[in-house]
Design a protein around this ligand. Structure first.
Ligand code: HEC
Length: 113
């Protein structure tokens, strides 16, 4: 009776096979999420940004730290591509979109949308 309640569409024999196999084939994500999952800021960041923003983005001249920043993505992108305050703009040839997005995720914990 309990078996029927749990797997109403299966016969008792089918239950033993399908449910036991289901319970033993627990999903085991071997490689983690499909994102890179990197926690290392890009080499471009280290070369071009860390002098002002610190190696891990923890400090920033004249403004809040990048690490843990809640700044909106559009503001973030604009600061980098158009410059802000005393910060010069950085072209994609110097600091690629790929690096910008990956670093944004590492620094803010948010995914680039
Ligand atoms: C010459 C020093 C300097 C360099 C180099 C520099 N920044 Fe900045 N950055 C600043 C300063 C100062 C501000 C704050 C400006 C303001 O708000 O007036 C800032 C602001 C920002 C902001 C906006 C943050 C916010 O909360 O609004 C981002 C994002 C940013 N920088 C990323 C970068 C990245 C990525 C690089 C490297 C490609 C970089 N910066 C290089 C000095 C620098």
């Amino acid at each position: 009776m309990l078996v029927r309640l749990m797997c109403p569409l299966l016969t008792v024999a089918g239950f033993l096979i399908s449910c036991s196999s289901a319970s033993t084939s627990s999903p085991s994500p071997a490689a983690g999420p499909s994102t890179t999952g990197s926690t290392t800021l890009s080499s471009a960041y280290t070369k071009k940004c860390s002098g002002c923003h610190g190696a891990a983005g923890a400090t920033k001249l004249g403004s809040a730290a990048l690490k843990g920043s809640t700044t909106a993505q559009a503001t973030w992108e604009s600061a980098i591509r158009k410059g802000v305050g005393s910060m010069d703009p950085f072209a994609t040839s110097v600091y690629s979109d790929t690096d910008m997005k990956a670093d944004y995720t590492i620094l803010t914990g948010k995914t680039w949308k």
